[in-house]
Ligand binder design. Sequence first.
Ligand code: PLP
Length: 395
Amino acid sequence: MNPRDLRMTDPSPSFIPFALPDIGEAEINEVVDTLRSGWVTTGPKVKSFEHDFAAFLGDSALHCMAVNSATAGLHLALEALGIGPGDEVITTTHTFTATAEVVRYLGADVVLVDIDPATMCIHIGAVEAAITPRTKAVMPVHYGGLAADMPALLALTKKHGLKVVEDAAHALPTTCGGQLVGTLASDVTVFSFYANKTITTGEGGMVVTRNVELAKRIQVMRLHGMSRDAFDRFTAKVPSWYYEIVAPGFKYNLTDIAAALGIHQLKRATEFQRRRQQIAAIYDAAFDGLPLVPTPQARPGDVHAWHLYPLRLRADAPLSRDALIERLFAAGIGCSVHYIPLHLQPYWRKLYELDAARFPHSQAAYEGLVSLPIYPRMSNADVARVVGAVKEALR
Ligand SMILES: *Cc1c(COP(=O)(O)O)cnc(C)c1O
């Protein structure tokens, strides 16, 4: 099992874990139905999940393709866009390594840039300054569920002829200028259904694009490079056993067991978001007046998915971030840090000889950053306990 964020837990019953999925009876029954049906891998449930996802985004022109992780989806997106050796892809240093590692899978180079302190998402001015003749694509991350400045980014990438792949691992549902992330004018958007994300299939992801050619390539590459299209040109009737291998593809398909969870989680995505937003509002109000940098908010009229509630200590806070995490843990509260920026990670730092001085906003944020628990299964008493422990520590 991938222990990312899930190890921040403790067996005692009063412990408030950092993250906890909300799996209901409908999800469990659907999984059992899948198991009894005899069809456990990619099949009818994946098809319905993809169909429901397009309906959720409300745009029938979208191709939604389920995959076994967002990492796989990001890899497929860049592969379909033809990213390869010699190319550069710009992304934010303030993200999980998955966003950047897929660029390296393809032999291309990652160009990390700083965040905009107002949103903690990629800084559009920094993107512009990082563009070279080798730049092919930009990957914004909607950090914590708050949309990056997509209008400015899309204007810039259009001007320079660059592709855009949105890492929307945190962004279901998030809006930008009133439009759901997934329906914006980027090339591909990728969502994650990892165990701690806003909806979960255990492991899973969804690749969304309007571009038919990209969709075809992604569909073929997600399952071994298998295609039945070549046959279509010669005869109307393709025998069910026939396929052709057109590329060395990947094994990135989602199982029906996982999709069974997704079908019901998706139905609850809006209700989940409302509860997360409620918890965020309680935190915002309770922490007013403490030595904290205010948590970034959505613009009026926009939806913040609140996958994360990042608390950020000011430099004059009475204790360090590390000490705060220890105090919260001692009070029976799990928390995490999103993220240790990529410029501090040995692989990325050494590969590109990175220096924290080049990423002052991400670095400053990181030094005071703690992600608090925020998920629908938290009771009001749980939220009150987190508030009490934070206030106590910061007194
Ligand atoms: C979770 C996450 C991913 C990867 O998602 P998986 O489904 O676990 O592959 C990518 N980017 C960000 C920002 C994430 O938080």
